[in-house]
Design a binder for this molecule. Sequence first.
Ligand code: NAD
Length: 270
Amino acid sequence: MASPGTLAGRLAGKNCMITGAAGGIGLETSILFAKEGANVLMTDVSNDALMKAFGKVSQLVPNSNRIEIRVCDVSKEGDVKGAVEHLDTWGGLDVIFNNAGIMHARDDDAINTPEEIWDLTQNINVKGVWYGCKHAVLALRRHGKKKGSIINTASVVALVGSATPQLAYTASKGAVLALTRELAIVHAREGFRFNALCPAPLNTPLLQDWLGDDQAKRHRREVHFPTGRFGEAVEQAQAVLFLASDESSFVNGTDFVVDGGMTKAYVTPE
Ligand code: NAD
């Protein structure tokens, strides 16, 4: 644990929890949150990855406020509840970034997706987000907070169909978008904001490991990017920072698309 401090910044004084904090988007968001004065609980299913991620945050933001790590499998409600309640000792959660998600190598089309892969994907990508939202609301109420920000990671595949199938993943991200929208309306008068982040294909292990050296698979995607490139995790993290901060105080229920224009393209430049 880094020692508590008084670093100023766009998230100064906010207690934030991030799931999937050891991965691409989660780690970049942890770094930005730490730089902007937040207290951050970095959680992930992998302890080894968390230790490495914590080392990186500590190195890049040596004078951060409170930064801690905690193993949390988001598909287990007890883990999520325990992690959120850990922040009770800090003064209660203000922000949760429900970001953990998987895209399984055996995820396929309607015919070929194995049922266990369907269930695994929904358990992590959908139930995990639900648990995060549920325990965030309970914590915000427990501490009498008048505002809170919940950011859930969906994907552009919740908005546009992909010809290369990953049906369980796509269905899970559609569910994240829909549940986020509804929670945004249900809790608006309590001051709790819910927004969904919709990233385009990125340069992170989740997608790049899956694509590997397959140039055809890679080109199949790149041709649809108006910018001609994959997005970077830090470009998502910048959006999450805005949604977490009070700068976005009137932004609620959005499908916050960070995709270089991909979902708005008819044809792309040559
Ligand atoms: P990543 O694979 O780099 O990181 C994901 C992290 O989640 C990993 O550290 C992993 O250990 C963790 N994780 C996996 N299962 C977990 C579980 N059960 N409980 C807790 N943590 C778990 O992926 P990323 O690209 O940073 O993706 C983050 C989010 O962004 C995911 O929800 C993903 O679906 C979404 N997304 C990614 C892309 C992309 O192209 N990379 C595009 C759109 C959306």
